[in-house]
Write a protein that binds this ligand. Structure first.
Ligand SMILES: [Zn+2]
Ligand SMILES: [Zn+2]
Length: 808
């Protein structure tokens, strides 16, 4: 009996083919395994019970780093000729399934042990890797994932590595295989000198130990690195990065060191040691580092080394501050030629190597809130792993995302492929990275979107980029006005050629593969001129809620979208929204009352100005250096806008409590307000309770945002502890959410609530809200696969646009 098996999922670049061969040989099957396009293709011949046992193994076992999404099997009844024994056949192309491209995998346990073992031939080899670990997407150029398609292609294997590559073992078909003799080499560029190999490493360790800053070439870009226990060095790093108060993350050599300082739950330790190896935001048990490292944060971002080099550095020097090499808000530098030479007043040296980085990737940031994983930045280790959508999308889509924490996605079939985070698209460098990654992912995935999605905001850079990159033009079709869906040009309708065709005879093993590849490529050529692809404009907060619905397969829900800014369908700036979402349609059920505030480039850094405007809306005045200008602007309604933003309300409260009047990074005022509230709990400050007044002439009796600011200011001026007020404010917001959701439940008989938007990066608010909702028997859903901030917007846009295109 002969079986043809297709394995879909993260199966390339993780040692899956050698794993399959080993299992097949154990059972005594004949056949072959190969990478084909983005999937693994197996032909196996043997007795029926043996084949069934083999299938069972494939379903239940896989090498580390592999994720199996689906296994499709067909019995081959033709005279398929298979080679003797079981072999790994050459890779070939296929466009039948979207590939799942491998993400970078952090150094595995066995490689870490070899790195530390003086007997091993890769002892202290900084670029150690195996079939289960090493860089993947950051050095990836073309599919399939083979040596000639990655940045390792320029390094010719030495005879020992060649042997390991062909023989059974951990490095069988390990595409990143290399050693001291044949792999990438370290060099250290100091002021006026250049050292190589071991000399470079030893000198780098001396520099770090002496308390100096180094620029180090990591997996996804250059990083600025220094000892975490030297406040004066960390202060110098802050000046170098022009980063005032945003906390730094610290890299430790082992999880035990982290446990000594922080509370680490099972879920958190799993994340710390995961192949993604992200920065995990933890609660410290004691303050091990100075304020220069953690600033005012009550948390510590901790992570473990992802490469041999980082493992060696942290073991030899101790805990290190590791941050992307860039100026605050700019994207990470990743090309050798962009790194300025070291100098006395910047960093002491550059520790680099001669392997290229193809995709800039920052370290990812995650935390555990209410027992769930919250991804705050989805980059190295996660990208380009797709998000599984439970249900197939009607048509393939490209969604442009937002402008802040920008990230786009391609989505097709059951998968959404979010890009890395490009930061603020106002920066030209971010736009360049966005455009380059669009070209790359579009080529590697081979998705041909039938529909495009973007934010409703007419001035978003992401919208401009979408038009430029896809060649689409004209006004988007506005999402809320679409009732029966969008008519698609017939040629661009989704290609459903999934299961049946893939099993057809055009896929034959080994020798004929090349010819078939050609045939497949020819058939792929578009025969007619491609018509312009329709663009759908999706409302910002609806996209936030839809991202949760897509992740959790919700057909309907109550949506609570709280963030800083998003363009509303009425032209106002939204941000404190309660929706009822049904399929891809939504109704705005309630929102925080609108307040008029002044516009301006620095408004997000000026909580004091925001507070001024909220108070002015109640007829109150407060001290402000520009009070005359502000008063005139508000009176004449010049350069002002109305907003229901929850983010701005947090800013205003933070300012009237004199917690943060000017911020140095986005969200700082809210973070400090959350800290003050958390302190009220920790220090058992006398509690205070707040009752929000209703907005008189506003929708559905929602609280009056301006009156909240006024009342809290009065209480503060009357002598109530600001920490108690901060906590009371958080609690009252959580109660308001539960109250509003209850009203909406009464109307729609809906008890599922989706929480999304950047405000829910606030742990205390999220905990209080989830508790308040669960107490009232709501089931709460949150983003777990994409960020709840604007980094997750594209998934929601894609989900809505694809379903609207089909006409739900
Ligand atoms: Zn390994
Ligand atoms: Zn070698």
């Amino acid at each position: 009996m002969k079986l043809e098996i297709i394995v879909l999922g993260m199966v390339q670049g993780v040692g899956y083919r050698p794993f399959v061969r080993t299992q097949a040989e154990k059972i005594g099957l004949e056949g072959l395994v190969r990478n084909r396009g983005g999937f693994v293709h197996i032909f196996a011949s043997g007795d029926e019970p043996d084949l069934l046992a083999f299938l069972e193994t494939l379903k239940t076992m896989s090498p580390p780093g592999a994720h199996i999404h689906d296994i499709r099997v067909r019995v081959r009844e033709d005279n398929l000729a298979l080679p003797k024994g079981f072999s790994i056949a050459p890779s070939s192309e296929s466009s039948l399934f979207l590939p799942i491209l491998p993400a970078d995998i952090a150094i595995c346990e066995q490689c870490a042990a070899e790195l530390a073992s003086a007997e091993d031939r890769r002892y202290e080899y900084p670029f150690i890797s195996c079939a289960s670990c090493g860089p993947r997407y950051s050095i990836f150029r073309d599919i399939p994932y083979d040596r000639e398609n990655i940045a390792m292609s320029v390094f010719e294997m030495c005879p020992s590595c060649r042997m390991e590559y062909t023989e059974e073992g951990r490095r069988c078909h390990a595409q990143t295989i290399s050693c001291h003799d044949c792999g990438p080499r370290l060099s250290l560029i100091t002021i006026g000198d250049r050292l190589a190999d071991r000399g470079a490493y030893d000198e780098a360790v001396r520099y770090l130990a002496d308390g100096r800053i180094l620029s180090v070439k990591g997996i996804g870009g250059y990083q600025l690195v220094c000892r975490a226990d030297r406040p004066e060095t960390v202060e110098a790093l802050r000046r170098l990065k022009r980063r005032d108060r945003k906390p730094f993350a610290v890299m430790f050599s082992a999880i035990e060191e982290i446990r000594e300082i922080c509370e680490v739950s099972d879920k958190e330790s799993e994340l710390l040691e995961s192949p993604m190896r992200p920065i995990v935001i933890l609660r410290p048990r004691r303050h091990a580092f100075s304020k220069s490292v953690v600033a005012d944060s009550r948390f510590l971002g901790a992570f473990l080394p992802s490469t041999g080099l980082h493992q060696m550095l942290t073991s030899d020097v101790g805990p290190l501050v590791v941050t992307s090499h860039n100026l605050s808000d700019d994207p990470i530098l990743y090309r050798d030629e962009d790194i300025p030479a070291p100098s006395e007043d910047s960093y002491a040296a550059v520790l680099t190597h001669n392997r290229a980085i193809d995709v800039p990737l920052d370290d990812s940031v995650v935390r555990v809130t209410c027992g769930r994983v919250q991804i705050l930045r989805r980059s190295r280790g996660y990208v380009p792993t797709p998000v599984y959508l439970h249900k197939e999308l009607p048509v393939a889509v490209f969604a442009a995302g937002g402008d802040l924490k920008s990230s786009f996605c391609f989505a097709s079939g059951e998968f959404c492929y979010p890009s890395t985070s490009f930061g603020d698209l106002e920066s030209l460098a971010s736009q360049t990275n966005y455009a380059r990654e669009y070209e790359r992912m579009s080529r590697l995935l081979g998705v041909k979107p039938a529909i495009l999605a973007k934010d409703l905001h007419p001035d978003y850079f992401a919208g401009e980029l979408l038009a430029r990159l896809t060649g689409s033009s004209g006004e988007p079709i506005r999402e809320p006005e679409v009732e029966g869906g969008v008519d698609l040009p017939e040629e661009s309708a989704a290609d459903d050629s999934m299961t049946d065709e893939v099993m057809s005879d055009d896929i034959l093993p080994t020798t004929v593969a090349a010819e078939n590849t050609d045939a497949a490529a020819t058939a792929e050529e578009p025969s007619v001129e491609t018509p312009a692809i329709p663009v759908i404009g999706v409302q910002h907060h609806h996209a936030h809620i839809a991202s949760v619905m897509a992740e959790h397969n919700l057909s309907s829900c109550i949506g609570v979208a709280f963030d800083g800014t998003g363009y509303g369908t009425d032209g106002n700036v939204w941000g404190g929204e309660f929706f009822h979402a049904d399929g891809v349609l939504f109704t705005r059920e309630a929102y925080l009352s609108n307040v008029r505030i002044v516009a301006g480039d620095d408004i997000l850094r000026r909580p004091d100005t925001i507070a001024y405007c909220y108070l002015a809306a109640t007829g109150e005045d407060m001290r402000h250096e520009d009070s005359d200008l502000l008063r005139a602007a508000l009176r004449n309604k010049t350069l002002t806008f109305k907003t229901s933003s929850m983010g701005r309300l947090f800013d205003a409260i933070s300012a009237v409590l004199e917690i943060c009047e000017r911020s140095t990074f986005e969200g700082e005022a809210a973070i400090l307000l959350e800290n003050a509230a958390a302190e009220a709990v920790a220090c058992e400050v006398a509690p205070f309770s707040l009752h929000f007044a209703k907005a008189r002439d506003k929708d559905e009796g929602m609280p009056d945002a301006a009156a909240i600011v006024r009342d809290i200011r009065y209480a503060y001026l009357a002598g109530i502890d600001r920490r108690a007020l901060a906590l009371a404010f958080h609690a009252a917001i959580a109660e308001t959410i539960a109250l509003e959701c209850d009203k909406i439940r009464g109307k729609y008989d809906e008890s599922r609530v989706a929480l999304s938007g950047g405000v829910f990066a606030n742990v205390l608010l999220t905990e209080l809200t989830v508790a308040a909702l669960e107490k009232q028997n709501f089931t709460v859903y949150m983003n777990e696969a994409v960020p709840c901030n604007d980094g997750g917007l594209a998934l929601g846009q894609a989900y809505i646009a694809s379903h609207l295109a089909k006409g739900v």
